[in-house]
Unconditional design. Sequence first.
Lengths: 321, 248, 307
Amino acid sequence: MLSLDNLQNRRKVLGVLVIGLCALAPVAANLLDEPYYINLFARLMIWAIAAISLNLILGYGGMISFGHSLYLGIGAYTVGIFAYYDINNFYIQLVAALMAGFCVALVFGSICLRTRGVYFIMITMALTQMIYFLSISIEEFGSDDGLIIYVRSELGTDLISFDNPIHRYYVIFLVMIACLYFSHRLIHSRFGYVIRAAKSNETRMEVLGYPTFRYRLACFVIAGVMCTVAGVLSANVEKFVSPDIMHWTRSGELIFMVVLGGMASMMGPITGALVFWLLSEFFARITEHWHLIFGPFLILVVLLSPRGIDGLLALKRSAND
Amino acid sequence: MTDVLLRIKDLNKSFGGVLATDNVTLDVEQGEIHALIGPNGAGKTTLISQISGILESDSGEIEFDGKPITRLKAPARSLMGIARSFQITSILKDFTCQENVALAVQAHFGHSFNIWKPVASETNIQNRAISVLDSIGMSEHCDTIAGELAHGEQRQLELAIALAMDPKLLVLDEPLAGMGRLDSAKIIEFLKGLKQKFTILVIEHDMDAVFTLADRISVMVYGRLIASGSPDDIRGDSLVRSAYLGKD
Amino acid sequence: MEWALLIEQILNGIQFGVLLFLLAAGLTLTFGIMDLVNLAHGTMYMLGAFIGATIFLWTGSFILALLLAVPIVAGIGILTEITTLRTLYQRHHLDQVLATFGLILFFNELVQVVWPLDGLTVPFPKYLDSTVPLMFGIEYSVYRLMIIGSGLIVAVGMWALVTKTRLGMLIRAGATDRTMIYALGTNIRLLFTLVFGIGTALGALAGVLMAPILGANSGMGEQIIIIAFVVIVIGGIGSVRGCFIAALITGLIDSLGRSFLDVILALFIPVNAAEAAAPAISSMLIYIFMTLILFFKPQGLFGSQTQ
């Protein structure tokens, strides 16, 4: 029998619950006759993928990137622009998006990672805002009105199609699980240890013989590319992309999801995204102006439980001991 | 001519106009234990930060194992075989002892861009880490979180991390700092055992330890190296006596 | 090239730069002294615009709007400092960033509740709603000249504050070595609250001044705060002088880039291409400039090495 006195077990139970919920959401939605929930949950999992990627640099690597939404934008705009030119093949779009995300993350990462602390926060923010304004200034792709995507990405098979909400949902679900597994492998690898240790004590790592800049940059790029995938999926759910997807407040929301779930915890980003969404739904029922409650709530979370939900799990253990 | 492992020539470093190291010239010979002593604020830690590459020197040259390293950064120097420990314990407190040591081993076992294979399954790294911990008498602490160790044990772990890098030169910044008498004696014995295997440059305030261990001693005062020689020479040096030992 | 247009755009650039200075000065002070990254600084600018505009529309007196709105917003700022931000000074930057992000969400929504319409449009005060002739036959807005003037007065005031007063000494000490402030043994809480109040007042002043030009909208703070960040990153965090110079450079680059980049580009590439590329590139100019500065001086133009 699984004992809940053990933190690891409690984490496992939470993980199973959250993933189970995601896996069964379409079934529940059909039973409740609320197909609208399928897309809501799909959107939520896209956030979760973005948050998982952000957790790699923010949670494990200690890099407070306030510009992570940029990569959502890159992914979504790549699909949008290719669709605009009638190239609808998913694999072409995906490879192009990954390459774009890779190049941008490499260039921006090399600029940002030269700096530390508050400079890093501001520069990641500023560079993302730069691309935001760039997207606004290009009239060909809809400026701030955004770009409507008339045809979803074509997977080149009759078996699954992004136009079928259930298919779409489970593709996103599988991508989320894959990202989760990938980040699990990553943080337990040599590379993961270097990234985590560099967060904790950079000078020590330099003296041990690790050129930390290169490792951080590699991690920054991996996270960027992973988030680009979320952007590609997002374009296929919304059939629309606008500059808003990469506004810096969106990056703020992603950070909050990671912190809410618990930084540097495996399930943190997904639980964070889930709770973020549940709360916004809940507050929105109380008042149309739900940010009036959400803002102070966010502040309270930061002040009272900076380690998020994962931290609460750990807290309960010490109360029991 | 004896083999010189580390050669320092006219090394300078100033902080806001204050000279922390002032034209320091010093040789560390292959196989010796070289002690660096001097009052607090003499620039000893600055000097070894310049050696390990954490601080860039304003001027002067450093040669290691026959190659100039003045322009190399800390990671490159570490890979050449300079391992340093810190005066203020600088272990990774959230990691277990074995993980701490394994990270040091891993740095010298090829690159670490592998993002897929779990470190825990890399037996060569883990075995080496365990054997280093064992050699310093900490094998029962492999799975202890480093931050939960007692102070003396943390100092020991600090030393283990440096050893795990399999260095040619060990640069130790006050390995006995804050240790009790018993722990100190243990570490002194241990360092004695290293004598044949490594070249060691050590900063230490514990004079008993210094005079038991060191083959040669250099004395720093106000950023300058005022004397360098065998323990007997240093004991007899009047300049050193008045500047430093004379205090007693 | 038309000299008249050039000079007009230079003046616009200076005006934008002055505005950026008002905003960035507050940010750089709170960061330099309290080690606080305050995303909600732009919110105070927004509140300044709304409250100033409302008072102006009610009473018809712009002077009264300035005199009332700035202290009111400073008061709101101090209130948030006491209730929320104060507990964050010793916390990790991430906590500060998130909590102040929460403040932004709250105040943006609050503004929409209090002023439910889609923002406010504000007329120019009558006595300033005219133009003056300058050289080359330029007619330039008196109101914009007034903004430049008040910005310069504030800059001189800040210079005097930083170099001539005891508060300024603490500010300078804090910007080079933050632990110094704690060592100096003043009433730190009061000092911090005071500095925060000053910073907020400057931001609010910028808001009141800009309301007739840009109007007042929920969310106007977020657009400008990033540019203010760019300014303090270029200038070097904690340095008021660097902040002033960087603000003017940034204002000029932005304004001149938007007007003349197509002309400049056309010297190198075909006119069609230049006209197509210019708007996109000019919107990125200040960020590119920031990147270049950081490449050569990672601490900004006047940043101290210790931070």
